[in-house]
Design a binder for this molecule. Structure first.
Ligand SMILES: *[C@@H]1O[C@H](CO)[C@@H](O)[C@H](O)[C@H]1NC(C)=O
Ligand SMILES: *[C@@H]1O[C@H](CO)[C@@H](O)[C@H](O)[C@H]1NC(C)=O
Ligand SMILES: *[C@@H]1O[C@H](CO)[C@@H](O)[C@H](O)[C@H]1NC(C)=O
Ligand SMILES: *[C@@H]1O[C@H](CO)[C@@H](O)[C@H](O)[C@H]1NC(C)=O
Ligand SMILES: *[C@@H]1O[C@H](CO)[C@@H](O)[C@H](O)[C@H]1NC(C)=O
Ligand SMILES: *[C@@H]1O[C@H](CO)[C@@H](O)[C@H](O)[C@H]1NC(C)=O
Ligand SMILES: *[C@@H]1O[C@H](CO)[C@@H](O)[C@H](O)[C@H]1NC(C)=O
Ligand SMILES: *[C@@H]1O[C@H](CO)[C@@H](O)[C@H](O)[C@H]1NC(C)=O
Length: 585
């Protein structure tokens, strides 16, 4: 629930005027199960504040966001803010390596600043495949008024989530993965958790609610599209309408028209769409699967409806054509055509590394190889450079802060090692203010997308085949776009450059939920060797778990659990004293 925001904002503006400080916005969100019918069948989904998808977090560069999240699920929860950089503040990142999960029945207050950013992002629950059940919502970071924008103010702003969807619950999907099964073909593709529209009676059953986007003729809208799905790359297009690409994950792009765009899992794009048709009918909005074979493809694509206020009838005719599925180069060339508008003024990601990145000396190189699902110690798992990540019960960030030894090792290999794959909690030792080159090599037959928290990185190259040192000759050293999620095509590589100027413990993961769940992630530890007084300190409301759980205080409204016995309390006191004596606290 938005706390009387109108009055509050007025107050904030006054405060901001008086003190010159950045405004605060406050939200109270309850995360709970809801019933919805994404594919016509009632099922349990995860809602935020009673809504599915959740509310859009609409803020402006440098605003402070305070969100008290109440976990009304029956399992632990963390929300992560995909693409929000949490500068010097990985305590708010909401992934298993940075925060203890919020236990069922508890609440926890996130507090962060959207520092030096603009653009379109989204939040989602980061643990245990929960995103497969929803829990996501949009994040809009508007430019401050004083900063010019490289396009006119749109007449409207529309957030759309596209995703593959299963009728099985996230717990059911989890069981499948735990027992070594693959998830199989999704049951459908949905728009904002709805649809598809019945464009073909033989493919789409009756009675499925679908998404309608209402527009006025002649107006121009900003569409913010997020692929929040599980593992399916989607081709997005609108019948008879051009998509003018303007922004991706916080960078203004060179503006170009596309008739369709491949959007991979975890990616976000903004397009301007002008309602320049004569409204003889409604128009189809389509999201169809890419890079999947017949058997692993859902029966129907996702279809929503673009409805002009003066429309003369329902959408008709065949769906607009997808790109030719077998043309391997189409999607790669399209990805390469997305470039950064280097002359657009904007709040920039990574101020230190954000211009002339092609001239900066690389300090660390990681070639990270993804392989198909493989047996690791008798379990079907996914690996990066032969390591299947296991999340320690004590988050890495807390272990680092309290100097608890043995939780993780800074030994993630910088290339694929010819040795048996293993489970481990290996972390990349990032050099503070270093400039890291990461090459993702996809040895699998499906597209994977990779995301780095805490940063935007420059996407400088991608190609089919195996990356070699000579591949550097093909890099875009001038206007590669800065973003936080990039795709890696099957049998291909993608190279990124990132300026490690943000101290913290940062998650590098595949966005494909099944691969992530099966261990395809690693953390990058970036430690500022000097004491930086701007670095955000351990928050007072930190939740403790793992070996540090003895530090945790009871939570007042913690209802579902009985309070600790006096023996437990005694043990607590003893352990706290030991930790205290050994200089941990
Ligand atoms: C976001 O908030 C601004 C005011 O700060 C408002 O002008 C704009 O319409 C809002 N956008 C959306 C999509 O709600
Ligand atoms: C839980 O919510 C209450 C208000 O409902 C708040 O006072 C408290 O600080 C919250 N707890 C945490 C750990 O954020
Ligand atoms: C890039 O940004 C500049 C400055 O806002 C703008 O004038 C120009 O049209 C943009 N160029 C492209 C190709 O989008
Ligand atoms: C994009 O297409 C629209 C027509 O839909 C046209 O008016 C505009 O000039 C095109 N813009 C660019 C940058 O090609
Ligand atoms: C405009 O609408 C009429 C029907 O009202 C239709 O026959 C015609 O094809 C439409 N033209 C375009 C360019 O869509
Ligand atoms: C991590 O890197 C830093 C330099 O950035 C170095 O001083 C330190 O020894 C490294 N730690 C390990 C365990 O390799
Ligand atoms: C699709 O089929 C081809 C040829 O049978 C196979 O090599 C590839 O692994 C399959 N891709 C996926 C994503 O299943
Ligand atoms: C995976 O790696 C092996 C060995 O280098 C290679 O022969 C094979 O073609 C690769 N497969 C893909 C899909 O990249």
């Amino acid at each position: 629930m938005l706390l009387k925001l109108g009055r509050f904002l007025l107050l904030l503006e006054l405060i901001a005027l008086v003190s010159g400080s950045d405004p605060y916005v406050y939200y109270d969100w309850t995360v709970s199960y809801l019933t919805a019918s994404p594919l016509g069948l009632k099922q349990q989904v995860i809602g935020i504040d009673g809504r599915f998808p959740g509310p859009v977090l609409n803020v402006t560069t440098n605003w402070n966001v305070v969100i008290n999240v109440k976990n009304d699920l029956d399992e632990p929860l963390l929300l992560t803010w995909n693409g929000i950089q949490q500068r010097k503040n990985s305590w708010q990142d909401g992934v298993s390596g940075t925060n203890c999960p919020i236990p069922a029945g508890w609440n926890w207050t996130y507090q962060f600043q959207v520092k030096d950013q603009i653009g379109s992002f989204f939040y989602f629950p980061s643990l245990g495949l929960q995103r497969a059940a929803g829990g996501f919502g949009g994040i809009i970071v508007n430019n401050r008024d004083v900063i010019p924008v490289p396009f006119g103010t749109p007449d409207g702003d529309i957030t759309l989530f596209i995703s593959d969807w299963y009728k099985k619950s996230h717990k059911g999907l989890r069981n499948d993965l735990d027992s070594g099964k693959s998830l199989g073909a999704p049951d459908g593709i949905v728009f904002n958790g709805l649809g598809p529209y019945q464009y073909d009676k033989s493919l789409v059953p009756d009675g499925i609610p679908y998404q309608i986007i209402n527009v006025e003729p002649g107006k121009t809208y900003r569409l913010r599209i997020h692929n929040v799905g599980i593992s399916t790359s989607l081709n997005f297009r609108i019948q008879n309408h051009n998509l003018l690409l303007i922004e991706t994950e916080g960078s203004y792009t060179v503006q170009q028209n596309y008739s369709n765009m491949d959007i991979h899992v975890g990616q976000s794009y903004s397009f301007l769409v002008t309602m320049d048709q004569n409204a003889s009918s409604d128009y189809y909005i389509v999201a169809s699967p890419r890079f999947v074979n017949g058997s692993s493809s859902p029966k129907a694509p996702g279809v929503a409806i673009l409805h002009y206020s003066n429309s003369q009838g329902p959408a008709s005719g065949p769906l607009p054509d997808p790109p030719i599925e077998l043309d391997k180069s189409f999607s790669m060339n399209q990805a390469r055509s997305i470039r950064w508008n280097v002359s657009a003024g904007a709040a920039r990601p990574n101020p230190q590394g954000s211009f002339r990145y092609g001239e900066i000396t690389v300090t660390d190189v990681y070639v990270i190889q993804n392989r198909p699902t493989e047996l690791v110690d008798g379990k079907w798992r996914r690996t990066l450079n032969g390591i299947s990540y296991i999340a320690p019960s004590t988050p890495l960030n807390l272990a680092q802060q309290f100097k608890v030894l043995g939780v993780f090792k800074l030994d993630f290999p910088n290339r694929f090692m010819n040795r048996p794959s293993k489970f481990d909690s290996s972390v990349i030792n990032g050099t503070f203010k270093g400039f890291m080159e990461i090459i993702f090599q996809n040895n699998d037959t499906s597209v994977q997308s990779y995301h780095l928290d805490g940063y935007a990185f420059f996407v400088v190259g991608m190609d089919y085949g195996v990356w070699t040192e000579n591949s550097r000759g093909t890099y875009n050293k001038w206007d590669g776009v800065a973003r936080s999620t990039t795709q890696v095509f099957p049998g291909a590589w993608t190279a990124i450059l990132v300026s490690l100027d943000n101290a913290g413990m940062w998650n590098l993961r595949t966005q494909n939920l099944d691969s992530w769940y099966l261990g395809q992630e690693v953390y990058v530890s970036v430690v500022n060797p000097e004491n930086d007084k701007d670095e955000v300190q351990l928050p007072e409301n930190t939740i403790y778990c793992g070996v540090l759980s003895v530090l945790q205080k009871e939570q007042a409204h913690r209802v579902k659990f009985s309070s600790a016995s006096s023996l437990e309390k005694m043990i607590k006191i003893v352990v706290i004293s030991i930790l205290g004596l050994s200089g941990f606290i």
